[in-house]
Design a protein around this ligand. Structure first.
Ligand code: ADQ
Length: 469
């Protein structure tokens, strides 16, 4: 415990906590994981001498702190049993479906909850032990919602921020959670909580009022002796990195090679998602099949590439979803493909970043049709990759990205006829309209990249710290 005075904001050390450390094992040792979040936060940690706290991904890994690219990493050990109960169980089979419109039934299990509490406590203890005096601690996502209050009880000198990457559900759904009071109380240990959309912030405020009877005015919650600011910070991507990769010669060559391998179709439709039931992959396949059946799409002119990243394979809802998607792909190909020319190209794989960007460039129409999504970075990456100024984005209204990307073809994915119509609109869109819309999408994305997002969050966090009575 430290009572040392806080250094001024801007010079304050930052400690990030997330379920996973931002690194992966390679043959040469540890390397930074791909992704905009890691690229945005690592330079900041390097500059402030900060630390990232998280799990290495190996069971029971009680490794000593280590350094990658001059950033200090502090492992939190998690056992195989805890991964099953805290991560696959409570986080991904309890909270994940509940926070995504209860699209699947949640498991509420007290043994899983106990593991969630235990792992959150371990993170809080680690943070309390290592955070320098007056540090800003930035905790990420639904796996760690209890950490803020647990940490505040041990360290009053640090400023605590939390960002929820997924939606926060409405009161009617959140009320189902047997440990709803504990989760709200956990989060109210923060000085600042950030959400992707205004809706998430509003839902959290109404749940806090309902279950903890707190006062709130102008997105500031008063809870006994502490003030929590609530804000909206839509996350973004590393625009420059996507644009540079998209402009590279290797990418251009790969893009034209991909189109040739697909049989030089007139229109390449594309889907890129983790294989998650929230992403609406099945829905999209059914809409594509219906349009082939009605003749509005032609298998010789229109092909669909669907990349589905393996994810959470130990969770039953994910196994069911994979079976259903693979059954649909098989059925569509069986009916509409010809020898050597499948109409759906399905990859159940994690791809290198360059390959993903080449695919984005090869896609004339990008289908992003989640039932519910915190933001959806694929929609932003696709638009940023289209440096040629062409391409059409079909985007679900239920993705956070729809608040900003209003020049996409927006669609309610629950309405199957509307989804089919949106696909036809995208495929038939006149070149002039395509280019106008894509220019507007790209302007919008350039205005707020992931570095700006992190800067805005940290500035708001610094301002929120010390405002409690
Ligand atoms: P996710 O649900 O994982 O993220 P998304 O925002 O689309 O969804 O991010 C996926 C990332 O994985 C993208 O950067 C994409 O490039 C990458 N990716 C997808 N498929 C891939 C593949 N086959 N190979 C390699 N990379 C692949 C959660 C929330 C989102 C929120 C983000 C960030 O669910 O709503 O936008 O966090 O806050």
């Amino acid at each position: 415990m430290s009572d040392a005075p806080s250094p001024p904001a801007g010079e304050r050390p930052i400690v990030v906590a997330a379920n996973r450390l931002p690194v992966m094992r390679t043959e040469e040792g540890w390397a930074p994981s791909p992704g905009g979040l890691v690229r945005a936060l690592l330079p900041m940690l390097r500059a402030t001498g900060g630390t990232w706290v998280g799990w290495t991904g190996d069971f029971d890994d009680a490794a000593e702190p280590f350094t990658v690219d001059d950033v200090d990493l502090h492992p939190v050990p998690i056992s195989a049993k805890e991964v099953e109960l805290y991560y696959e169980g409570f986080s991904n089979d309890g909270l994940w479906p509940l926070y995504h419109d209860a699209l699947r039934e949640s498991t509420y299990d007290s043994e899983q909850w106990d593991a969630y509490v235990a792992v959150n406590e371990r993170f809080a203890i680690t943070l309390a032990n290592i955070a320098p005096p007056g540090a800003m601690v930035w905790i990420h996502d639904y796996q760690l919602q209890l950490v803020p209050q647990m940490l505040r009880k041990q360290r009053t000198d640090v400023t605590i921020g939390f960002f929820l990457h997924i939606p926060f559900p409405p009161l009617e759904l959140f009320s189902r959670l047997p440990w709803r009071d504990e989760v709200i109380e956990g989060l109210l240990g923060c000085d600042l909580i950030g959400f992707q959309r205004p809706m998430g912030a509003a839902n959290f405020i109404s749940c806090s009022r309902q279950f903890l009877d707190v006062d709130e005015f102008d997105r500031v919650i008063e809870n006994v002796d502490h003030r929590t600011h609530v804000g909206v910070f839509p996350i973004s991507i590393d625009v420059a990195e996507v644009e540079e990769t998209a402009a590279g010669r290797a990418t251009r060559q790969r893009t034209s090679q991909i189109r040739t391998r697909l049989g030089d179709p007139e229109v390449v439709l594309l889907g890129v998602d983790r294989l998650d039931y929230t992403k609406g992959i099945g829905l999209r396949l059914r809409a594509f099949a219906a349009l082939l059946e009605s003749g509005e799409l032609d298998p010789r002119r229109h092909v669909l590439v669907q990349v589905a990243t393996p994810t959470r394979e130990a969770v039953e809802h994910y196994q069911d979803e994979r079976r259903e998607i693979e059954r649909l792909v098989g059925a569509i190909n069986g009916r509409y493909s010809s020898i050597g020319l499948p109409v759906v190209h399905y990859l159940y794989q994690t791809l290198p970043f360059d390959e993903l960007i080449a695919l984005y460039r090869a896609g004339d129409v990008m289908l992003v049709t989640p039932f519910r999504d915190g933001m959806n970075l694929v929609a932003k990456e696709y638009s940023a990759a289209h440096i040629d100024g062409d391409g059409v984005l079909v985007l679900s209204e239920f993705a956070g990205a729809a608040d900003e990307l209003t020049d996409a073809v927006l669609v309610n994915p629950h309405d199957d006829l509307a989804l089919q119509q949106a696909i036809v609109t995208a495929v038939e869109m006149h070149r002039h309209e395509r280019r106008t819309r894509m220019a507007a999408l790209r302007d919008q994305i350039r205005k707020s990249d992931v570095q700006g997002w992190a800067d805005r969050f940290l500035a708001a966090l610094a301002a929120a710290g010390g405002t409690s009575p």
